[in-house]
Design a protein. Structure first.
Length: 113
């Protein structure tokens, strides 16, 4: 599946094998071998190819049809009050952070009763 995905992505970017090889820094024959399924890139190179085309390695290898997994597209949602609390802890000494955490745990235990 890698060879198919590589060719599709390369063509979507409007690159010939030679054009991709020049931009990516490998020989055109290497790209040709990858697309013919006669050779495969090592893990590090597969990551670089995925980064080059801005897709996941899983997509490149045919393990998913999603170019980018949903988890990559989502931004974590943090409650603004919790974010403010975190900001207030900035600059505290480590022992003060420990005491603050203990106090928060105490408050939580009081609320759960």
């Amino acid at each position: 599946m890698f060879q198919v995905r590589l060719k599709i992505l390369r063509e979507e970017f409007g690159l010939s094998q030679y054009g991709f090889s020049e931009k990516f820094g490998v020989a055109q024959s290497t790209v040709g071998m990858w697309e013919a399924g006669k050779r495969e890139p090592n893990f590090e190179t597969a990551h670089k190819i995925a980064d080059f085309f801005d897709v996941s390695v899983d997509y490149l290898l045919g393990l998913t049809d999603n170019k980018k997994p949903a988890a990559q597209d989502r931004q974590p949602v943090i409650d603004p009050d919790k974010l403010q609390l975190l900001g207030e802890c900035e600059g505290l000494k480590p022992e003060d952070v420990t005491e603050t955490i203990k106090y928060i745990r105490y408050l939580k235990s009081q609320n759960s009763e």
